[in-house]
Each structure stands twice: as structure tokens, then as C-alpha cells.
Design a protein around this ligand. Structure first.
Ligand code: GAR
Length: 210
């Protein structure tokens, strides 16, 4: 099977990007190759992680564009120039418009730090997600990897993993446990399944062929 070009979108520390880089080094991305990392912010640590791994980087900053449409058009140009087969949002904190979802149907995935449909949608990102989970007093949370559609955090669910909330958790301790126990495992696993052609979507339901 031809190599699948994976583009990873980041905005911050990039620990999920690192999990993908490490999985690739172990030969666990199912023949996929991370060919470019695109950041919505300059100077973030995720860019350093990419450079250390010898991966090309691009920085496309939201405030350099007047609106979401022109920002998304610039992103789309980059995806096409990079001949993307799969786009992975790994801690990418900028909204893209529906044209991108339409250009890459079931070819763009996102990792979200909660069990969708809990604690997701507009305003639920990063630590805010864990603050909301603790405020509600849930005893179990987790992470979800899903295909990206025009509905924020609403696309077909690929993989989920539950993580226990512990007494005395802070948003920071909970975020760390969700990353370590869930995100860093299910994101590379979903990428592998995609690259091996094992994911199919019908009526918004993902089936995994193993
Ligand atoms: C991760 O927890 C990711 O799930 C979350 O931001 C963090 C980024 O960490 N993403 C969202 O909240 C998107 N809605 P990282 O930069 O270390 O991978």
C-alpha cells in the first residue's frame, strides 16, 4: 500500500504529537508517515519536537488572516501542497471552516480530552474541559478520537478510553492522567487504523475492521 502522508496540526506543547512521533519510530503508524507539522502559533514547543524528529514545519497564524474563511483557505493550500492523506488535530486550538471538512471528508481526525458527548463543543478545550468535569463531579472521564465534521466535536467517534477521576484531582492532575492513560494511546492507534484502511464510516458510525 502507498505511504499515507500525515499532517499534524498543533498549537502548544505537542505531547500528542510526541506520542505520534514515538509510535512512528516504533513502526506503529501502519505505514503512515508524518510529513509536516503545522502550528497555529509561532514558538510553541510542538515545533521543536517536530524539528528534533526531522519533520518539516509550517506556521500559519490565525491573526495574520482577517477571518476564519481566509485562514482556512491558507490551511487548505498547505494541505494540498503537502499532498495530505490524513490530517490530525493534536491539540490544535483554532477553528477551521466547513470547506476543509468537505475537502477532506473522514480524512481529518481530532483528539478531545473527554468522553464525547460529555464536555465538548464550543469553549471546551484544554484545561477548561477538565475544570468542567471536576465541577460536575463525574467519577469517570477520558478521551475521544473522532473524525472532524462541521459540527464542533460532533463527528463520528473512532476510539474512546475511560479514565478514573480521583479524590483531590485538580484540572492539571486530571489532564495529565487523561493524556497518559488515554490520549497518547488512542490517538496513535486511530492513526494506525486509518493508515491500514481499517476504518469505515456509515451513517456517522465508525466500524473498525481488525
Ligand atoms: C490535549 O489534552 C488535547 O486533547 C486538547 O489539548 C491538549 C493539547 O496537549 N485538545 C483540545 O482540547 C481540543 N479541543 P498537547 O499540545 O500536549 O498535545
Amino acid at each position: 500500500m502507498a505511504q499515507k502522508n500525515i499532517i499534524v496540526l498543533v498549537s502548544g506543547g505537542g505531547t500528542n504529537l510526541q506520542a505520534l512521533i514515538d509510535a512512528q519510530a516504533r513502526g506503529e503508524l501502519g505505514g503512515g508517515k508524518i510529513t509536516c507539522v503545522i502550528s497555529s502559533k509561532p514558538g510553541v514547543y510542538a515545533l521543536e519536537r517536530a524539528e528534533k524528529a526531522g519533520i518539516a514545519t509550517r506556521v500559519i497564524v490565525r491573526k495574520d488572516y482577517p477571518d476564519t474563511a481566509s485562514y482556512s483557505a491558507a490551511m487548505l493550500d498547505a494541505f494540498r501542497a503537502e499532498q495530505a492523506d490524513l490530517i490530525v488535530q493534536a491539540g490544535f486550538m483554532t477553528i477551521l471552516d466547513e470547506r476543509i471538512c468537505k475537502a477532506y471528508p473522514n480524512q481529518m481526525i481530532n483528539v478531545h480530552p473527554a468522553l464525547i458527548p460529555s464536555f465538548c463543543g464550543k469553549g471546551y478545550y484544554g484545561l477548561h474541559v477538565h475544570e468542567a468535569a471536576l465541577k460536575k463531579g463525574v467519577k469517570v472521564t477520558g478521551a475521544t478520537v473522532h473524525f472532524v465534521t462541521e459540527v464542533c466535536d460532533g463527528g463520528p467517534i473512532i476510539l474512546q478510553k475511560a479514565v478514573a477521576v480521583e479524590q483531590g484531582d485538580t484540572p492539571e492532575t486530571l489532564q495529565k492522567r487523561v493524556m497518559e492513560q488515554a490520549e497518547w494511546h488512542i490517538l496513535p492507534e486511530a492513526v494506525r487504523l486509518f493508515c491500514e484502511g481499517k476504518l469505515s464510516v456509515q451513517d456517522d458510525i465508525v466500524t473498525v475492521a481488525e
